[in-house]
Design a protein. Structure first.
Ligand SMILES: CC(C)(COP(=O)(O)OP(=O)(O)OC[C@H]1O[C@@H](n2cnc3c(N)ncnc32)[C@H](O)[C@@H]1OP(=O)(O)O)[C@@H](O)C(=O)NCCC(=O)NCCS
Length: 170
């Protein structure tokens, strides 16, 4: 799977992306909504889990490269299967390196991922599970045409985190 947008390439991650992933996942500012920076072990588990998703589901979070600098991951974006309370949904996820925020890359990559889910998975809806403190992420969801559908709590890293469920229908 490879998707091109005007400025970006979405492609499968590989183990070689670990150092670039670390730049996102070990950054305490980028990882605020995840209750802080990941340890080295958590970063490796994240990558391994994502590679497993490609095998098991045929999709996952993809590496996002700049089209004019291919092979250098500046972010991650894609579709994963997620649970929201008792429901299983397809979620668009997006995490970018702080040096590449505020340029519209997350919205561009997430729009392509949303469209991929509608086109290739025949999804009726695409969701975004967003912690209620994560305003930048909510703004991406709004730019994707999403609206708030529900509220729920996620327990993650020992913390109860209120979340909003955003979604857009095909
Ligand atoms: C969530 C996250 C990806 C959002 O990043 P972002 O930079 O705010 O979003 P975008 O890449 O869509 O950029 C939008 C901004 O670029 C600006 N922009 C500049 N050039 C642009 C262009 N050519 N096209 C579109 N927007 C552009 C927009 O005006 C907007 O500005 P603002 O940040 O002042 O509102 C980022 O905050 C992040 O990686 N956070 C950490 C991980 C995380 O929490 N992920 C979400 C979990 S639910």
């Amino acid at each position: 799977m490879q998707v091109r947008t005007e400025r970006l390439i979405l492609r499968p991650m590989t183990p070689d992306d670990l150092p670039a992933l670390r730049r996102i996942l070990a950054d305490p500012v980028a990882m605020e909504a995840y209750e802080g920076a990941f340890t080295e072990a958590e970063t490796r588990q994240w990558l391994e889990r994502n590679l497993r998703r490609y095998e098991e589901d045929g999709f996952g979070l993809w590496a996002v490269d700049l089209a004019d600098d291919p092979g250098v991951l500046i972010g991650q974006c894609g579709i994963t299967r997620q649970r929201i309370e008792d429901d299983e949904v397809l979620e668009v996820g997006y995490l970018f390196r702080r040096s590449h925020w505020h340029r519209g890359y997350a919205t561009e990559a997430a729009s392509a991922s949303r469209d991929w889910a509608f086109r290739e998975r025949d999804a009726a809806s695409v969701w975004a599970k967003i912690r209620d403190t994560n305003i930048a992420s909510m703004n991406v969801a709004i730019r994707l045409g999403m609206t708030v559908r529900r509220r729920f709590t996620v327990r993650y890293r020992g913390v109860d985190m209120p979340h909003l469920g955003f979604a857009v229908d095909r």
